[in-house]
Design a binder for this molecule. Structure first.
Ligand code: G4P
Length: 529
């Protein structure tokens, strides 16, 4: 087999699953691993169902870091292709984490509950995909339960997401009357068996004699008519339009009954894109990094503390963007210039971790390190390349954090910096005073943070309301920014990269100062320099 970086990258499919809680992401993940031969039986991957977890469950997961680390990416080799499934946290308080994970995905599977259609969290995650032009494959799940009219589901995709749905299969009934689905391209009927243990029968020709074993004449007529109708009403599947983010191929099935999952996996193999060239900056000049380029490059999209709290090491998840990575290789971090020898890179298989001897564009390797690597870091052999597009967003909640034991204040600083580097919360150090202000998108992040500070750093902390409600990064000419900062010292802070941040009491205040300092920009997001 060829191992040229370009040929290896071409057989990678790196994707994430997005869904509203309860639509079946966990069940589908498990069944995709089963279909891909990565696990032998359903239930082998610890059922996570994270979306529905209660707060205390979340704390427990955060404590059992090992599970979430290994679940962050699942790699499996199937049908000559290498699939990398990236896990996205389902809870909306972790939306920033999800956003960053999606930067590492080349495609997404959108799971819809057939009875519920598009739900609020589906829409939110979809918008993130659209922002990044990630092509989306739709899987309409739970067909073994009473479902909405499939035509209405397609209409909803078209109207709410402004995406052209192109069904590749068409279901025969749903719930108790679910009989299977018609492959619209091959005209083969894929029968559904209610009894999972006996497996589903092999497909049969829709017009042939064998179909009578699965559909009575009335059901055949209904399926034929509705399939014809939907084909007339929808555009045929166009791979180009899919890759451009205008069209979504639609699959149907039941993840729980392992139905339609093989077809979905085959569809991902056939249509989901391999890694493509990525925009970057090299020594100040814009450039593109192609998967087949010789130089090994990548970016860190996630950092997670390791499972062993006694060792403060962390795992940085590096999405490779080019070259042939080999264990032991030296890579440089662009913004700090630090070099690290990657001697123990990890690849994550369904339930195992293995040392990665080599990896290519599209792959994700875990790099254990002691705080050298941070979310958003660009790594390369030359150390000259920087990838854009891993922003921090202005937090929606700001709180002051204090440690109960004043003797541990120094300790707190280190711990907060560690968590900020992982991207758990954002940290702002006011120019005046010694308090720390932490920012997050949702309340749950503070609770996870408090729990981790207690368990991993033995620090009891108290959160107090901060007198600010908004944080904005300042942009503009250096002199203008400094002038503004000097005149507003009491409301200025530095973030973890020492960049100036204006802490405002209200959005009204931002508008007010903005009018008085028109040359200064008040940014809602910032990209790591
Ligand atoms: P999530 O990760 O998106 O939150 O969803 P998850 O897979 O945990 O599934 C949510 C619930 O829906 C689970 O049931 C799961 O068994 C069920 N489910 C998933 N796919 C299908 C399907 O194709 N058909 C049917 N009928 N059910 C499906 P639960 O009872 O809430 O939890 P559990 O006790 O089964 O774990």
């Amino acid at each position: 087999m060829s191992t040229s970086p370009a040929a290896e990258a071409a057989r990678r499919r790196t994707f994430a699953i997005i869904s509203h809680p309860d639509a079946g992401k966990t069940t589908l993940t498990e069944n995709l691993l089963l279909a891909g031969g990565a696990i032998r039986a359903a239930g082998a991957v610890r059922a996570r169902g994270e979306n529905r977890r209660t707060r205390s469950d979340w704390m427990k997961i955060e404590r059992e870091r090992g599970i979430s680390v290994s679940a962050s990416v699942m790699t499996f080799d199937h049908d000559g292709l290498m699939f990398n499934l990236l896990d996205t946290p389902g809870h909306e308080d972790f939306s920033e984490d999800t956003y960053r994970t999606l930067t590492a995905a080349d495609a997404a599977v959108m799971v819809l509950d057939a009875a519920k259609g598009i739900e609020p969290q589906t829409l939110k995650l979809f918008e993130v995909c659209r922002l990044r032009d990630i092509p989306i494959v739709t899987f309409i799940n739970k067909m073994d339960r009473e479902a909405q009219d499939p035509i209405e589901l397609l209409d909803e995709i078209a109207s709410k997401l402004a995406l052209d749905p192109a069904p590749l299969f068409w279901p025969a009934g749903s719930g108790g009357r679910f009989k299977g689905m018609l492959d619209l391209r091959s005209q083969q009927f894929v029968p559904f068996s209610k009894n999972r243990d006996e497996g589903h029968p092999d497909p049969v020709a829709f017009g042939g004699n064998a179909i009578v074993s699965y559909l009575d004449p009335e059901e055949q007529g209904e399926l034929e008519e509705s399939a014809m109708l939907v084909q007339e009403a929808s555009k045929p599947f166009d791979p180009k339009s899919f890759l451009e983010g205008h069209m979504t191929p639609v699959f149907f099935g039941s993840a729980l009954r392992h139905f339609g999952v093989d077809q979905l996996l085959a569809g991902l193999g056939a249509y989901a894109p391999p890694p493509k060239a990525v925009a970057a900056v090299k020594s100040g000049e814009p450039t593109h990094v192609a998967p087949g380029d010789r130089e090994v490059t990548g970016f860190v999209f996630k950092v997670q503390a390791n499972m062993d709290p006694n060792h403060r090491d962390r795992i940085a998840f590096l999405r490779l963007t080019s070259g042939k990575f080999q264990r032991g290789m030296k890579l440089k971090v662009q913004n700090t210039g630090r070099q690290l020898s990657v001697n123990a890179p990890i690849m994550f298989f369904a339930s195992d971790r293995e040392l990665a001897e080599e990896a290519f564009a599209g792959d994700v390797i875990g790099i254990p390190n002691h705080g050298v690597l941070r979310v958003g870091d660009s790594l390369s052999e030359s150390g000259l390349l920087r990838f854009a597009g891993l922003p921090n967003f202005a937090p929606e909640i700001l709180q002051r954090v204090r440690v109960k034991d004043p003797l541990k204040a120094k300790h707190l600083k280190k711990a907060l910096e560690g968590l900020a580097e992982e991207g758990v919360t954002q940290l702002f150090r006011p120019v005046i005073g010694s308090d720390f202000i932490v920012g997050a998108v949702g309340q749950l992040q503070f609770e996870v943070m408090a729990d981790r500070l207690a368990n991993e750093y033995q620090l009891e902390v108290i959160f107090e309301p901060a007198p600010y409600s908004e944080a904005r990064w300042l942009s503009g000419e250096k002199a203008d920014v400094e002038d503004f900062a000097n005149k507003h010292k009491g409301a200025m802070a530095a973030d973890i990269d020492e960049q100036p941040v204006f802490l405002a009491k209200s959005s009204w205040e931002i508008g007010y100062v903005g009018e008085r300092f028109p040359k200064v920009g008040f940014e809602r997001s910032k990209e790591r320099a």
